[in-house]
Structure formats: structure tokens, C-alpha cells
Ligand binder design. Structure first.
Ligand code: OXD
Ligand code: MN
Length: 580
């Protein structure tokens, strides 16, 4: 098979001439092709069969132990003008970057098969969707892309009729961290990734295309490409509000997207539209409309259990790929937080010894089609997307940041998003638990200068007659003894309920210098076991702490020089003055 699109055939030929594979396979997305690939991976050990009685269609992949997370220090945005990439990105001159990475690609597929994967990010028939083609030498990547994107013949047909596509070239190379780069060329709509098989580095539709390149395209075309889940919250009266929420990696986006209402909330229902990426377009009605460009979940396994995310546990008993989890004596997948069963093998296939660390790698993952989720929303296939009532920002902050507050308006909301900070997690290599600025949870994913990005946010909002309300949450406040103060998980619905009450004009709120907090009695705590003084503390504004926080935010934003919108600094000063 080849394509009817000459530019695609030509690019495939050029890549083949560079990488010299033994064979070229075009991926059609069929069951048959997928079965053949899985059989091949089972034969060569890339995949291991899990217990097919308890987990039909489930497989385990053990990655190279040095290839388990995104590598931000090896990820580059290569724009002709360095300032366009901004201080938030590592930059390389495009010509130098091509030369460097093409040197690695030369001859790298000798003895291997080259797979050509046409994919569509978003519903095939949505005007908001965008297509790409990933070329890879990894069958594991092919199978993951099949779950995570709309991949195969329908995507190819759309690409052929549109005549353009994002080009993504990937090879696992030697899996040598010294020969590893993830390079983006937004001006050429091109991605080149070498030396890693890990999801965020290798499934190019996800972070590389749907966030880094898409954020660049979105700026040019007047929309927003964001690191956000999309959830529908249906009240007992039957009306549904859609909420988009940005949290850094491994901070509970998947759990919030699949939340099960607490028993105190009969009649409430939560619908999952997406758990990681959200593309939002201004609609004719002056609202923002969102699609989830993905079709699967690539979720963090550890911590996913009956208490934290029963919907996820239920969807993982069939047709899923597990990466770097442990296994039990009867060959079921296992990770910390899943069950009381004991693992017998750890993520590296060694006999489990507590002294070797956790059985599952802290960034162990599952890949599964979103259709398997009990709370899957059919609206995820709606080409028009869903209207967004509220945007939520949040990070992991042990102190200072209240459980919830609402921004004064859109411009203040942009400041609130730009001010986000969070403790780092195992989703990226490097130290864990260090607080760093992560504006809109996009620090690792914004394909251009944050200053320009904030300006773009301000501009998009200014054009909306009915913009979403903007909130900030913090599920991760800790007491002096180091215990989490808020129960989180299903009980987070209580906070979403207050947001909806704000949207519908039912909650007055309490005006504070940093924004609007729930007034006394507005947060529904019925049946919740929380001491009144703990709740008070969660909803208190510590003026002195906030003054220091705002100063730090000011310094951070000043690092973007003239590209930082003056309007944002003005919003910051407004909050500062209110605190004084
Ligand atoms: C992810 C991440 O995989 O953010 O979604 O790292
Ligand atoms: Mn993510």
C-alpha cells in the first residue's frame, strides 16, 4: 500500500532512504494487522502475556530501565528565532538540529521494519481535528498509537483529501540515553524523536503533536491546545456542565476525569470526555468548545485503585497494554495501590524484593481505549465538541494555596493559570517533589514562548462574549503533621458542585484579594468527615504568604521580558494592591 498523496509517498521514500529499513508497512488500523503485530511482539519478548482468564487481551511491556519517562532536558523546540521558543523551552537552530538528529537516523532501521502510521487527533469528521503521520520502527508504538489515536485508513483518507499533515519521525535507536533527542520544528510541522520508546517521547501524536506543535498552530489560528482533562458533570436535574482542568503530569487528571460521585450525591453523574489533552475553539455563541484529540488513556498506574479510581480499575481488565508494572503469582498486573495481593515480579522482571523499591515503576502506565471506561461520554465523538463552563487550574502544593478560589474574570484567570506551580513527579526524569512554576501545566509542552502564549490566552478570552469561569484548586494541602487535609477523589465533586453553583448564579462567594472563595456554608460538606477548623484552614487566605507568592510570580514573569504581556503584570499588581 502507498498513498494517493504524492507528498506523503515522497516523504516516506526520503525517510526510507535515510533509515534503510528492511521492509515498509503501512498501518491500516485493522484488527488483523494488530493481531499479527502482537503475535510478533509476543514471540520476540516485546510483549508478555498476562493472565488471559482474568485479563483477556492484556499484555505487559517491560521497557529499558533507563527509558521510563519523558526527558525534558533532551526535548527541543527548534525555531528560526530563538526568542520564539522562549526561556521555557530548550532551543536548537533548526538546521543544526536536523543535521544532528539525521546523523542518528542514518541507517538506524537496518534489519528492522518501518511502520507508517496515519493518524487523526480528534473525531475523524471534526473540523477541529488535525492529522499526522508517524513513521516508527517500534511495533509497541504502533499498538499504542492504535489505542491513543484514530489511526489507519480513515485518517489516511482525510490526510489525502486535506493534502497536508504533521510529519513525525521516530526510532527507538539503541535506547541509549546519550543518543536521545526529541526535536520539534513548529515552522515545518515536523517532529523527530530518536532513542526512546517511552510514551511521551515516542507516541508522537500525544505531547509532541497535540500539545507542542498544536499550541503553535492554535496561536496562529485563534484557538487553544491545552494539557487539560475534559469532564461533564450532570446534576440530578439533568443539566450537564463541561469543565476543562489543567494539572501537571501525575497530579490526578485521570482520577478527576473519571470521578464517581460520593454516596451523599445521588443523581449526580460524571462523564469522561478526556483525561489529558483539550483543544478549545471559540464558538459562534461566544463560548469555548472543546474536543479531546485522543481516543485512549495513557494513565499512571500506581495509585490507581478501587478507592481512588474504580472506573479505571474496571476498564483495565481487558484489552490493555501495561508498561513497567509488577505481576502477581497468577500473572495479573500489579502496582502499588491496586490491591492487597502481593507481587512476585517487579517492573524489571526481577523476583520482587521490597529492598529493590516499588514493584511497579512510579511512572508505570496503562494504555487503553477510552471506550472501555464506564463513564465514557459519547460527546467525545461529537465533531462540534462540548461547551466549556469552567476552566480549572491546579497543582500539588503542600501549603498556602486554598482548596478552591475563582478568578475575578478572564484576564485574572490567565494570571492564575500563569502563576501555577507544582511539585515535580515521576512522569519526567529528574528530581521528584520539587516545587516549580508550571504555567497552565504546560511547562513541558508549550511549543513557543510563554510570554506570547499568555498574550494569546488574553486575546482568545477578549473575543469571547461568554467565556468560561476560571478557578484554581489544590487537592494536596498538607497539615503540619504531613497528612493530606482534603479527602480528594470522589469528594472533589463537592468543589465542582460549588463551581457549577457559581456558573448558575446560585453561590454568592466571598470576595478576597486573590479572588472569590466559597462563602460560609456554600461548599457542600454533607456527610463529610472533616473538622470545621480544617475546612477553615483550607479556605483561608494567608495574606503574608500570598504577598511572597505574588513577588515570586512577578520575578518569574519578568524572566520573559518584553514578551510578557503588561496586562498580566497589571493583574498581578491589582492582586498585590488588594492584599496590601
Ligand atoms: C502524560 C504526561 O503522559 O503528562 O500525560 O507525562
Ligand atoms: Mn499529560
Amino acid at each position: 500500500m502507498a498513498s494517493r498523496l504524492e507528498s506523503l509517498n515522497q516523504w516516506v521514500s526520503e525517510v526510507a532512504a535515510l533509515t534503510t529499513p528492511d521492509e515498509i508497512v503501512w498501518c491500516d488500523g485493522s484488527e488483523q494487522q494488530s493481531e499479527a503485530l502482537k503475535a510478533q511482539m509476543l514471540a520476540n519478548g516485546d510483549l508478555l502475556e498476562l493472565n488471559q482468564e482474568t485479563h483477556p487481551g492484556c499484555y505487559l511491556h517491560r521497557s529499558d530501565p533507563k527509558d521510563v519517562a519523558r526527558v525534558e532536558h533532551l526535548t527541543f523546540v527548534c525555531t528560526s528565532d530563538k526568542a520564539d521558543a522562549g526561556p521555557n523551552n530548550h532551543w536548537m537552530d533548526p538546521a543544526a538540529a536536523h543535521a544532528k538528529i539525521d546523523g542518528l537516523f542514518a541507517g538506524c532501521m537496518r534489519g528492522r521494519t518501518m511502520y507508517v502510521i496515519p493518524y487523526c487527533m480528534g473525531p475523524i469528521d471534526s473540523p477541529f481535528s488535525r492529522c499526522g503521520v508517524e513513521i516508527t520502527d517500534s511495533p509497541y508504538v504502533v499498538e499504542n498509537m492504535r489505542l491513543m489515536t484514530r489511526m489507519g485508513t480513515p485518517a489516511l483518507q482525510r490526510i489525502e483529501s486535506e493534502g497536508s499533515f504533521v510529519k513525525g519521525l521516530h526510532s527507538i535507536g539503541e535506547l541509549d540515553p546519550e543518543r536521545r533527542f526529541i526535536m520539534h520544528f513548529p515552522e515545518e510541522l515536523t517532529i523527530k524523536s530518536y532513542g526512546s520508546g517511552y510514551g511521551g517521547n515516542a507516541l508522537l501524536g500525544k505531547k509532541c503533536h497535540a500539545l507542542r506543535l498544536a499550541s503553535w498552530q492554535a496561536r496562529d489560528q485563534g484557538w487553544l491546545a491545552e494539557h487539560m482533562l475534559i469532564v461533564g458533570v450532570q446534576s440530578p436535574q439533568g443539566d450537564t456542565h463541561y469543565i476543562a482542568a489543567a494539572f501537571p503530569s501525575a497530579c490526578g487528571k485521570t482520577n478527576l476525569a473519571m470521578l464517581i460521585p460520593p454516596e451523599t450525591h445521588p443523581g449526580w453523574k460524571v462523564w469522561t470526555v478526556g483525561d489529558d489533552i483539550c483543544w478549545m475553539h471559540p464558538g459562534k455563541d461566544g463560548r469555548l468548545w472543546a474536543i479531546n484529540p485522543e481516543s485512549g488513556f495513557f494513565g499512571v498506574a500506581p495509585g490507581t485503585g478501587e478507592k481512588t479510581n474504580p472506573n479505571a480499575v474496571a476498564m483495565l481488565d481487558r484489552d490493555a497494554i501495561f508498561t513497567n508494572v509488577g505481576v502477581t503469582a497468577d500473572n495479573q498486573p500489579w502496582w502499588e495501590g491496586l490491591s492487597d495481593q502481593q507481587p512476585v515480579k517487579d517492573w524489571q522482571g526481577r523476583d520482587y524484593q521490597p529492598g529493590n523499591g516499588p514493584a511497579a515503576h512510579p511512572n508505570a502506565r496503562f494504555t487503553v481505549s477510552m471506550r472501555q471506561c464506564n463513564s465514557f461520554s459519547p460527546e467525545a465523538d461529537n465533531p462540534a465538541g462540548v461547551p466549556i463552563s469552567a476552566i480549572v487550574f491546579g497543582g500539588r502544593r503542600a501549603s498556602l494555596i486554598p482548596l478552591v478560589f475563582e478568578a475575578r474574570d478572564w484576564a485574572h484567570g490567565v494570571l492564575v493559570g500563569a502563576s501555577m506551580a507544582s511539585e515535580t513527579t515521576a512522569a519526567a526524569t529528574g528530581a521528584v517533589g520539587v516545587v516549580r512554576r508550571d504555567p497552565m501545566a504546560m511547562k513541558p509542552f508549550c511549543g513557543y514562548n510563554f510570554g506570547d502564549y499568555w498574550q494569546h490566552w488574553l486575546k482568545v478570552g477578549a473575543g469571547l462574549s461568554n467565556p468560561p469561569r476560571v478557578f484554581h484548586v489544590n487537592w494536596f494541602r498538607k497539615s503540619a503533621e504531613g497528612r493530606f487535609m482534603w479527602p480528594g477523589f470522589g469528594d472533589n465533586l463537592r468543589v465542582l458542585q460549588w463551581m457549577i453553583d457559581r456558573c448558575d448564579g446560585r453561590a454568592q462567594g466571598r470576595q478576597e484579594p486573590i479572588g472569590v472563595l466559597p462563602a460560609e456554608g456554600e461548599l457542600n460538606t454533607e456527610g463529610l468527615d472533616i473538622a470545621p477548623q480544617v475546612l477553615d484552614e483550607l479556605l483561608t487566605v494567608d495574606s503574608e504568604g500570598w504577598r511572597a507568592e505574588l513577588e515570586a510570580i512577578g520575578e518569574y514573569m519578568a524572566g520573559f521580558g518584553e514578551r510578557c504581556p503588561p496586562q498580566l503584570q497589571a493583574e498581578r499588581e491589582r492582586t498585590e494592591n488588594a492584599l496590601n
